[in-house]
Design a protein around this ligand. Sequence first.
Ligand code: ADP
Ligand code: ZN
Ligand code: ZN
Length: 740
Amino acid sequence: MPAAAPPTILQIAVPTPLYGSFDYLPPRACDPATLRAGMRLKVPFGRGQVTGVLLGVSGESRVEVRRLRPASQLIDTRPVIGADLLALGHWAAHYYHHPIGEVFSALLPTLLRQGKSPEEGNDPHWRLTPAGRAADAAQLSRAPRQAALLRWLEQQPNGGTNAEQLAEQGDTARAALRALLAKGWVEHYDAPPLFQHAGTEPTSSLDLNATQSAAVNRVCAALDQFTPFVLEGVTGSGKTEVYLELIDRVAAAGTQALVLVPEIGLTPQLLARFAARLAHPMVVLHSALTDRQRLQAWAAAATGEAKVIIGTRSAVFTPLPKAGLIIIDEEHDLSFKQQDGFRYHARDVAVWRAHQLGVPIVLGSATPSLETLYNVERGRYQSLHLPERAGEARPPRIRTMDVRHKKLNGALSDPLLKMLAEHVARGHQVLLFLNRRGYAPTLLCHDCGWVARCRRCDAHLIYHQAQRRLRCHHCGGEQKAEPYCPACSSEELRPLGHGTERVEEVLRAHFPDYSIARIDRDSTRRKGSLQQLLAEALRGEHAILIGTQMLAKGHHLPKVTLAAILDADQGLFSVDFRASETLAQLIVQVAGRAGRAEHAGEVVIQTHHPDHPLLHTLLTQGYPRFAEAALTERREACLPPYSHMALLRAEAATAELPRDFLTEAAALAHQIEHRGVELLGPVPAPMERRAGRYRAQLLLQAEARTELHRLLDAWLPQLGSLPRARKVRWSIDVDPMDLT
Ligand code: ADP
Ligand code: ZN
Ligand code: ZN
């Protein structure tokens, strides 16, 4: 008797928050020889059907084979996830200790996750033919739906439509369209691809200066091997020109360049600059795309057709069959870290990818993160310097303004007000920065001491005067601001402190003759309003700009000659050990907004602590020396990058549950080999209650990354079976950027 052939077991990543893949049998009537890792299959899971990704095929299973269910259907004829992304997904799931099914789910555009075919991204278009244009809808009196569609098409720009717009015309529009196609009044045509071209001849490149050329040459000498570079150049030193030159060369050679930018940095200004300078097919991946557009861009990258791929954090997972170069602009920016769900750091993932793909990666910043500088110090990354501003602009003068004992006019000291008046009188622009939106961070009753607090968070409600609302900036809760105290009915309610809305009011009182614009999340809620405000600012329409960090980054505003940080003290005394680094980066960014063109700039930092050593080093000796000093502090305190962290968070409806769960988790860790790993906590989170849930955390810290990960490997898979695991929501954050 012949031995039975071993069964074919499919290992499938299924989108579910459980570690590991799931075993299935091949779909009935499917030749197992056609299966390739990276193909998608529909599989039964729980009570429903989900889309999974085939990771591999094996002859055995941990489960008894007769209990395995067959997959329902093979979706793809070719893998949608190539070998490199498969390896990336495996690595990321392991490194970030995140369920592999959710990782692969994050790798795919939404439509592919839903089981649609990559061709769904193709955007079919239809338009009126000359006969259709000449036709009279009145002839169709017996086919009112066709008549309606014809009239509607006539009103569309160039008489065309696509599937998405057509679907909005109702269920019968498809049938009507078919009838018009049959009459020859409408025709199908290939939509222009989603490429962002200026469509004209690209603008010629600038003559790079000596340091820019040197940087370009160094990277170009390493184009076919993994080499991480740090492009450290002061704001306005021409980093973007260096990127453009590199991308142009890479794309001209037929390879692809992936460019990651911070969320706030992906501005129409930047895209216009790319489109004007590069004559290569370029796709942009950002959150405002429809699912179909996102898939289209993804597919153009996957075929290698798109040579330039520019996007925010999640674009790091774009397929790059012809990878040539990866660039991370503003690499220090915290928006590269995903803060919930699959918590990855796009910069670190990008470095791993560059290594895997064997291409150089350029991490650019005026203020590189301490992690990155540490890698330079250890000789892992090569550094490229652009020490001076390109073009005519001179570096600004930065100084602190001691506000102790000084009269403050709504967060503005007298001397600052005076400077402001001088700058606007000369016809220049002024930019004021305050990282607090709303009118006042606290609303207090002067008669009984009542303070407006969020019912669901350990936080004050922020008073928004224009809408007369009290809002919680942590849970999004809000309520009407009554004109009297809910505790004692007094009308003596006092707003305490200043947000951007209140500063705007103060400015209007002092400068009634000048146009003032506020730029923060509240004033830019409407789509396109940020772009509009910035365009107005660029045209010089507003003399004074007040805003939050939205305003601090990336925008080129040549008329700004004075920039001020109204309150630097928050960043100096925070519980977060990264706060001083973030503040220093912010100060340099804000300073970079001043004097970008022919006028010299001035920067003022208001503080109660002008002698703070950090501020002092930064302002007298510059960011590189600040970073050196900050790294020394980190080393002495054994903080990252001199140690590695993972944070186990837990939350529940009571304060005890998360702490008890974490105590159990800590006890379990102590039973496991955990040499070299320190366990700190559990402690309540800095803001214990948020959105009605109590939160606690357990910090793991180790000098050696391998020791930390050895413990995590053994420990995390067991957490789910702890007695309280089912009563709390818990998550692990590897390399946390935020310990709150
Ligand atoms: P960064 O990205 O470092 O902030 P940019 O590349 O935006 O700097 O350059 C700042 C300004 O200097 C831009 O207006 C740019 O056009 C100009 N610039 C950059 N490089 C050169 C150069 N080699 N010659 C003349 N102007 C330059
Ligand atoms: Zn009161
Ligand atoms: Zn709240």
